[in-house]
Design a protein around this ligand. Structure first.
Ligand code: GLN
Ligand code: ZN
Length: 760
C-alpha cells in the first residue's frame, strides 16, 4: 500500500476456522484425546491463516487477541485476574481453570452465560465482589501480538474495555446483592494501565478497547465513569495509541464523552445513521476514525455506492480515516464462496466475513482511486440491482395476502375465559396437567438417520420409518409415565429454526455458514432472502403419526415467527415487522392444517421473544407491538376450543409480562427452576391470569431432580397462583438429555404433580 491510500481494518474475526478446526481441537482436548500443546499449535495455525487471509485481501492492520478458546469476556476476566477462588481450586493449571470457568468440571459449576448484547453470541458473566483484587496477566495478548508481528503483520490488540467489563459483570455469590461492580473501576484502570504499558513495550502501535456497553441506555453516572476511565487511560505515561470501539447501536449521549476523551481514535458503527450524523455535526477533535461502514452482523453484500457517499462525507470532517467493519466479524460466517449449493445469482447477494473484507478494501481504494475500484464497485452494483429486481425476493401472492390482513385475523374469536371453558370440555384434563416442551432426547441413531438421508444412503421411506419408530417409543414412554398432554418428540428436527426454514420458500439454509454461539458451539442460521411462504405442510404428518398411536391429546409443535427471525439472518430490504408477518402467515397455514387434521393443542415456541428486545428502551414498544401481533397472526385462525400454547426460556421475563399477556396464548410454559420458582410470585404480581407452566425440572443439568424437589417447586407455584391456572412441565425441551435421565426425571415430575394435586 502506498501512503496515499486509505487504510483498512476489521474489528475482529471468526475464531473457529474454515472447517471448525478450533471446535474439534478444543473438544479433543476436553476429551483427553489431545494435549494442551496440540491445541495451542492448532490455534496458532488458525490465527496465522486468518491474518494472512486478511493481509492478502488488503487489510492493513489485523486485530489480535480477539481470538479465543471460549469467549472474549472470559479472556478479559483472566487478563485482569478476576478468577473466583473456587475455579483456582478446581484445576491445577491455567488452561483448565479457564475451561472450568467456561463449562464447569466435576467439582465446580460454570460461570453464568448470557447473550452478548442483542446478538446470538453468548459470553460468560464475570463475578466480582468488594474483595476482588485485579492483577495484570497480558500473556495471551502478548503472545498473539508477538505471533502476528513475527509474521510481518501490523497488528492491533483488541481488549474488552474496562467499563464494558464492569458493566457486564455481576456480584459474586458471596458479595452483597446490591454490590455495584463499577465501584471497582479505579483499581481495574490501574491494571489496564499496566497492560497497555506492556503492549506498548511489545511494539503495539495501537490498541483497540471495545466499549459496546456505551450504546445501552446508561445513566449519567455511567457516562461520568466513562469520562473518568478514558481520562485515566489516556493520561497513562507509556501507552500505545488507543482506539475506543463501540457498536450495535446509536451512541447518543455517549458520543460526546468519546469525542472529548483523551484517546487517539474511535471506531464507530457507521451503519447507524445517528452515529454518522453525530460525527458530521460534532467532529472528532483530531482523532482517527475507524469508520464501521460495513455491517459486521448481516450477511448481505453492501450497497457500496451508498457506503462510499457516507465515507466521503466523513472524510471531509475527519483527517485520519480508516475504513472498517461496524463490529467484529465474529457474528457472520466465514466465506460465502463456499456455499456452492447456492446458485450464482443468490450467492452474489451475500457477503460473509471474507467478502466483507473485500468490500472494506474496495471502499478504501475507491476513496483515493475510483478508477482502480471501478470493477469491484460495478460488480457490487450489479449484485444489488439483481437482488432488488429479482422475482425471488418478491412474491405477489404473499404481498396480496399481507395487504388483506385485518385486525380480526390477529385475534382469537372469544376471550380467554370463554375459551378456557370450551377447551376444558374438549380436553377434559385434570388439575395441574402434566406435559413436556416438545423434544425428547436426540439420540445418535436419529442423527445418523438424518445424515444418511442427506447423503442419499437411505431413502425417504426408510427414514420416515425410523422417525415413526422413534415417535412410537416416545409416545409409549409418555403413556407409561402418565403424562396428560403428549408430544411427538421432534425426532425429525435438526434444529428448531432450520427445520422450518428448509421447508419455507424465501428461506435459504447454508452448508458451511457456521457462526459461534458460545464456546465450541456453532450454529448455522438460515437466511431469509425473499417473501416467505409455505408451499406444503411441514409437521402435520409427524403429528398425525403420533396422534394415531394414543388416545391422549398430542400437541402440534411449531417455532414462532419472532424466534424464526431471531435465529436467522434477516433481509435488510424491508422492515423486520413485515418479515415477521410473512413468517406468521406461513405458520398460520400450518396451524390451520394441524387443526384440520384434528389437533386440539398447538404449541408455538417463542424462546427468543425476550432476547430480541431492542437495546434502547425507546425502540422497545414498536418491537413488542409487531412481535406479539405476528404471534397472534400465526395462531388466531383456530376455533376457541383449540388450545394454543407457547414456550419461552433463556431469560428473565420480568419486563415483558405485558407482552406475554398480549400473545393471548391459552397456556405458556416458562423456564423457572434455576430461579427457585420466584417466577410464580412475579407472575402473580403481574396479574397474569391465563394458563402457565413454570418449569419444575432444570433440563440444562444432567442431574435428575427428586420427586421431593419437584414437589416443593410446584407447591410454590400453586401457593402463588390459582391451581386452575398451573401446568406442570420441565423448563425446556429434552433434546440434550440422555433417555435414562429423562425417564427418571419425568417420573418424578408426574408423581410430584399427583401429590400436590392430592393436597389441593
Ligand atoms: N419445542 C422445542 C423443544 O422442546 C423448544 C426449544 C426451545 O425452547 N429452545 O426442543
Ligand atoms: Zn426452551
Amino acid at each position: 500500500m502506498t501512503d496515499s491510500t486509505t487504510s483498512t481494518t476489521v474489528l475482529g474475526w471468526p475464531r473457529q476456522g474454515p472447517k471448525r478446526e478450533l471446535k474439534r481441537a478444543i473438544e479433543a482436548y476436553w476429551a483427553g484425546r489431545s494435549s494442551a500443546d496440540e491445541l495451542h499449535d492448532i490455534a496458532a495455525a488458525l490465527r496465522a491463516d486468518a491474518w494472512k487471509l486478511l493481509a492478502d485481501n488488503g487489510i492493513d492492520e489485523v486485530p489480535t487477541g480477539d481470538f479465543s478458546y471460549y469467549d472474549h469476556v472470559l479472556d478479559a476476566a483472566t487478563m485482569v485476574g478476576a478468577i473466583p477462588q473456587r475455579y483456582r481450586d478446581a484445576a491445577d493449571n491455567d488452561l483448565d481453570v479457564y475451561f472450568a470457568m467456561a463449562r464447569g468440571n466435576d467439582t465446580v459449576a460454570p460461570l453464568e452465560m448470557t447473550k452478548w448484547f442483542d446478538t446470538n453470541y453468548h459470553y460468560l458473566v464475570p463475578e466480582l465482589s468488594p474483595g476482588t483484587t485485579f492483577t495484570a496477566d497480558a500473556s495471551r495478548q502478548l503472545a498473539h501480538l508477538a505471533q502476528a508481528t513475527a509474521a510481518g503483520h501490523p497488528a492491533r490488540p483488541v481488549l474488552v474495555g474496562p467499563l464494558t467489563f464492569l458493566l457486564l459483570a455481576k456480584p459474586a455469590p458471596d458479595a452483597p446483592a446490591d454490590f455495584d461492580p463499577l465501584t471497582l473501576l479505579d483499581p481495574l484502570l490501574e491494571v489496564y494501565v499496566e497492560i497497555l504499558d506492556q503492549l506498548q513495550e511489545a511494539g503495539a502501535q495501537w490498541v483497540q478497547l471495545d466499549e459496546p456497553a456505551l450504546v445501552l441506555d446508561q445513566p449519567a453516572t455511567v457516562l461520568e465513569a466513562a469520562r473518568h476511565a478514558l481520562g485515566r487511560l489516556g493520561s497513562a505515561m507509556k501507552r500505545p495509541q488507543l482506539v475506543v470501539a463501540s457498536y450495535f447501536d446509536a451512541l447518543q449521549g455517549a458520543f460526546e464523552v468519546l469525542a472529548d476523551a483523551p484517546v487517539d481514535g474511535l471506531a464507530i458503527d457507521c451503519t447507524v445513521p445517528d452515529n454518522v450524523t453525530a460525527i458530521l455535526e460534532h467532529g472528532l477533535a483530531g482523532k482517527r476514525l475507524v469508520a464501521g461502514v460495513i455491517d459486521g452482523r448481516n450477511i448481505w453484500a453492501a450497497d457500496l455506492d451508498d457506503r462510499l457517499t457516507t465515507l466521503r462525507r466523513l472524510a471531509e470532517r475527519v483527517d485520519d480515516l480508516v475504513v472498517g467493519t461496524s463490529c467484529s466479524l465474529l457474528h457472520v460466517p466465514l466465506d460465502a464462496a463456499k456455499e456452492t449449493a447456492v446458485d450464482d445469482e443468490l450467492r452474489s447477494w451475500l457477503a460473509f466475513a471474507r467478502e466483507k473484507v473485500l468490500e472494506v478494501r474496495t471502499l478504501a481504494t475507491a476513496l483515493t482511486d475510483e478508477t482502480a475500484a471501478a470493477p469491484a464497485l460495478e460488480s457490487a452494483r450489479n449484485a444489488l440491482a439483481s437482488r432488488r429486481a429479482s422475482a425471488r425476493t418478491y412474491n405477489d401472492a404473499v404481498r396480496a395476502r399481507m395487504a388483506a390482513v385485518t385486525d380480526a385475523d390477529a385475534h382469537r374469536g372469544a376471550g380467554y375465559d370463554e375459551r378456557r371453558t370450551l377447551q376444558q370440555e374438549a380436553l377434559g384434563l385434570p388439575l395441574l396437567p402434566t406435559t413436556t416442551i416438545g423434544s425428547f432426547p436426540q439420540t445418535d441413531s436419529l442423527r445418523k438417520a438424518r445424515a444418511a438421508l442427506r447423503r442419499g444412503e437411505i431413502g425417504q421411506a426408510a427414514y420416515d420409518a425410523t422417525m415413526r419408530d422413534e415417535i412410537a417409543a416416545v409416545i409409549e414412554l409418555q403413556e407409561q409415565l402418565g403424562l396428560d398432554v403428549l408430544v411427538h418428540g421432534e425426532p425429525e428436527r435438526n434444529d428448531m429454526v432450520q427445520y422450518f426454514a428448509e421447508q419455507l420458500d424465501g428461506y435459504l439454509a447454508t452448508t458451511h455458514g457456521w457462526v459461534q454461539s458460545y464456546g465450541t458451539r456453532c450454529v448455522r442460521p438460515p437466511i431469509i432472502f425473499g417473501d416467505v411462504s409455505r408451499p406444503e405442510p411441514m409437521t402435520v404428518r409427524w403429528w398425525q403419526a403420533a396422534q394415531s398411536m394414543t388416545e391422549r391429546p398430542v400437541k402440534g409443535m411449531l417455532t414462532g415467527p419472532v424466534t424464526m427471525l431471531a435465529w436467522s439472518f434477516v433481509r435488510d430490504d424491508q422492515p423486520l415487522g413485515d418479515t415477521a408477518r410473512q413468517v406468521a402467515l406461513a405458520l398460520r397455514d400450518e396451524v390451520s392444517d394441524l387443526e384440520a387434521a384434528g389437533c386440539r393443542v398447538i404449541q408455538v415456541d417463542e424462546p427468543a421473544l425476550r432476547e430480541t428486545l431492542p437495546l434502547r428502551e425507546s425502540d422497545r414498544p414498536a418491537y413488542l407491538e409487531w412481535a406479539t401481533e405476528s404471534f397472534r397472526l400465526a395462531t388466531s385462525s383456530v376455533t376457541d376450543a383449540t388450545q394454543v400454547h407457547t414456550h419461552m426460556c433463556y431469560a428473565d421475563f420480568g419486563d415483558i409480562f405485558a407482552a406475554i399477556d398480549d400473545l393471548d396464548a391459552d397456556v405458556i410454559s416458562l423456564e423457572a427452576t434455576r430461579s427457585g420458582m420466584s417466577l410464580a410470585d412475579e407472575l402473580k404480581e403481574s396479574g397474569y391470569a391465563k394458563g402457565v407452566g413454570p418449569g419444575v425440572y432444570d433440563i440444562h443439568s444432567p442431574r435428575v431432580p427428586s420427586s421431593e424437589e419437584v414437589r416443593e417447586l410446584l407447591q410454590k407455584a400453586v401457593d402463588a397462583l390459582p391451581a386452575q391456572q398451573v401446568w406442570v412441565n420441565p423448563d425446556c425441551g429434552l433434546k440434550t438429555r440422555r433417555p435414562d435421565e429423562v425417564r427418571a426425571a419425568l417420573a418424578n415430575v408426574v408423581s410430584a404433580a399427583a401429590e400436590v394435586r392430592e393436597g389441593l
